[in-house]
Write a protein that binds this ligand. Sequence first.
Ligand SMILES: Nc1ncnc2c1ncn2[C@@H]1O[C@H](COP(=O)(O)OP(=O)(O)O)[C@@H](O)[C@H]1O
Ligand SMILES: [Mg+2]
Length: 209
Amino acid sequence: MRGVFVTGTDTGVGKTVVSAALMIRYPESRYWKPIQTGPDDDTAEVQRLSRCTRENVHLRGERLPDPVSPHLAASLANTRINLRSLTEFAETERWVDPWIVEGAGGVLVPVNESELMIDLIELLGLAVVVVARTTLGTINHTLLTLEALRARRLQVVAVVMVGASNADNRAAIQHYGQPHLVHQMPWFDPLTPEALREWAASPLGDCLG
Ligand SMILES: Nc1ncnc2c1ncn2[C@@H]1O[C@H](COP(=O)(O)OP(=O)(O)O)[C@@H](O)[C@H]1O
Ligand SMILES: [Mg+2]
């Protein structure tokens, strides 16, 4: 599988919005949300924001109704997430298009009794985009996430900071974390497909270099 895995420092940081921007910037890509917990439908939101076609999204995956961590959501649904069966198709089907795969929560979110979201990233063998907040606390959360990814020798292609720009936090993440690139996505009010399209077309939207 070719493409990127979009993870974040937390849930609700902007992974879905950044994934939609990547779908706009790289329209030949295919979006996939392998694990979705709770009532949100990130795939529908990416389609709405990016206006990509049904052919550009992959619908297969774990869909668990409770808005909790995947390991718990699965257990509450009397099931268990098996990362190998979830990703099996990626090995057999020879996709040529790049993938934009969105995680759930952050890298150390448990998916079953012994595996974490970072194991899914490793299995897929994708480079990683880290989505982070811009506000106080983000330096620690982002550096911890970068350290966890580096410990597994996973390649980080970009950090995208979402929200009102904070130059000091951005400089600190660049200095201490040394990710390839730190991007800044403003807080759109309102968040519309047009506003996102404009950002995605700008040099900052070129997250994959
Ligand atoms: N750049 C942005 N401008 C405006 N709203 C945003 C932006 N990024 C995220 N949001 C909003 O913040 C919330 C969380 O974003 P989302 O992308 O769903 O986070 P995650 O996928 O990390 O859980 C959503 O309501 C989303 O619409
Ligand atoms: Mg999301």
